[in-house]
Design a protein around this ligand. Structure first.
Ligand code: PLP
Length: 427
């Protein structure tokens, strides 16, 4: 595989960019080797700057759910670009996207658009505190909720991969009101509730995707909803990754729970920077200009991003690819397990809808501690094997693979062949 140009750019990028990247996982630190610089993408494929073609199972870490370069999305974006980039005033498309989103999430009467998942979450922290008048928040080890101070502890993928216990520059005062619980362990939440009467909210990824894909047990997630309601604690469901991924709407509906506050990002912007937080009327009444909780944004509800979000969600709804996602993920799971068995490799696969994750471990993976026990050296060999064979997956054992709706049978065959070849190399 020729990667001359990626190597040149990686070297050149070091001069004025930090580590040649604008987000750490892109540096390939956990798998070593030269990170790929991408040149273009079309439908299910992505091409690096040296012209190598890959089936894209990263999809910009989720947003590109209908594949790259959908004609209708391009048309909507082009039209908006010609009409105006940003006005600093309200536009009709914000109302339209709000309607689509609120209709898709049963517990959401109103929504506020922001520019990233991180921003949605940090606004949700403020909102939960404003609404309850309480200060503490509970998060689960291994769940990632963006890079805001209060939630940057025990935060999964990027941090797990780099083995940073939190981050430098986060004062202990910023996390002293953050309590850590264990995913799938309801007693760890009950303990906090018993010991602290100042909890505003529990934050959770309904399907964890940032320690690798980890599913909540039915009893855990339902019990969590029950005990938070009973204690007057808000349940903030972080659907930045899961929103619109496994059904049109959120994972919470599939899991049989309803959030007090839902956070969105990724898919909702169709590849442009959009985040959102929403809740029922009485909670959203707290937000400025209706209420006393301040939150603002120069580019929030950006017209081009709204156009991309609306057209992506309309197309997604029309395509309704969710059964296809399940069927294709099942095929990939079977291929992974069969290839592992053939090569005497211990493997566990977790998946939910269009999110799937092979863990190089013999054990079931139900929480962050178990995820961390995986054989990451083997993952590294497997990762490079897939790259060599034309399949682009996230460069970390702890990131989900994503499927897009335009994966063809031919793409699927290529993925399966690549899995077989890469698993041999991982032996
Ligand atoms: C990606 C992600 C975020 C952060 O979103 P950004 O747009 O990267 O700030 C928050 N929560 C979850 C669950 C995510 O997957």
């Amino acid at each position: 595989m020729n990667n001359t140009k990626s190597k040149e750019l990686y070297k050149a990028g070091q001069k004025h960019l930090v580590g040649a990247v604008n987000s750490p996982v892109r540096a390939f630190n956990s798998v070593g080797g030269n990170p790929l610089f991408m040149g273009k993408a079309h439908r299910s494929k992505i091409y690096d700057v040296d012209g190598n073609e890959y089936i894209d199972l990263v999809l910009s870490y989720g947003p590109m759910i209908i594949g790259h370069g959908n004609d209708k999305v391009i048309e909507a974006v082009q039209k908006q670009v010609c009409t105006g980039f940003t006005f600093g005033a309200s536009t009709e498309n914000e109302i339209k996207l709000a309607e689509i989103v609120c209709n898709a999430f049963p517990g959401m009467d109103k929504v506020r658009f922001v520019n990233s998942g991180t921003e949605a979450i940090l606004s949700a922290i403020r909102l939960a505190r404003a609404y309850t008048g309480k200060n503490h928040i509970v998060k689960f080890a291994g769940c990632y909720h963006g890079h805001s101070d209060a939630l940057l502890v025990a935060a999964g993928s990027g941090l797990a991969t780099l083995s940073i216990p939190g981050s430098a520059g986060v004062p202990k005062e910023a996390v002293q009101n953050t309590l850590i619980a264990e995913y799938n362990n309801i007693d760890s939440v009950k303990k906090h509730i018993a010991e602290c009467d100042d909890i505003a909210a529990v934050f959770i990824e309904p399907i964890a995707g940032n320690m690798g894909v980890v599913l909540p047990s039915d009893s855990f997630i339902k019990e969590l909803r029950k005990i938070t309601s009973a204690a007057g604690i808000l349940l903030v469901v972080d659907e930045v990754m899961t929103g619109f991924r496994s059904k049109f709407g959120g994972a919470q509906e599939l899991l049989g729970i309803e959030a007090d506050i839902t956070c969105l990002g990724k898919v909702v912007g169709g590849g442009f920077p959009v985040g959102a937080y929403g809740a029922r009327e009485e909670i959203m009444q707290m937000v400025s200009p209706l209420g006393a909780m301040y939150q603002a944004g120069t580019l929030s509800g950006n017209p081009v991003a709204m156009a991309a979000g609306i057209s992506t969600l309309e197309e997604l709804k029309a395509q309704n690819p969710y059964d296809k996602f399940n069927a294709q993920a099942e095929i990939i799971e079977k291929a992974l397990l069969a290839a592992a068995t053939e090569n005497g490799i211990e493997l566990t696969v977790n998946r939910f809808g269009s999110m799937i994750n092979p863990f190089f471990s013999a054990k079931k993976i139900t929480n962050f501690t178990e995820a961390q026990e995986c054989d990451t050296a083997r993952f590294t060999k497997f990762f490079w094997g897939l790259i060599e064979n034309g399949v682009y997956i996230p460069p970390s054992q702890f990131e989900a693979w994503f499927l897009c709706s335009v994966l063809s049978d031919e793409d699927m065959n290529k993925i399966i062949n690549a899995i077989n070849a890469a698993m041999k190399l991982a032996k």
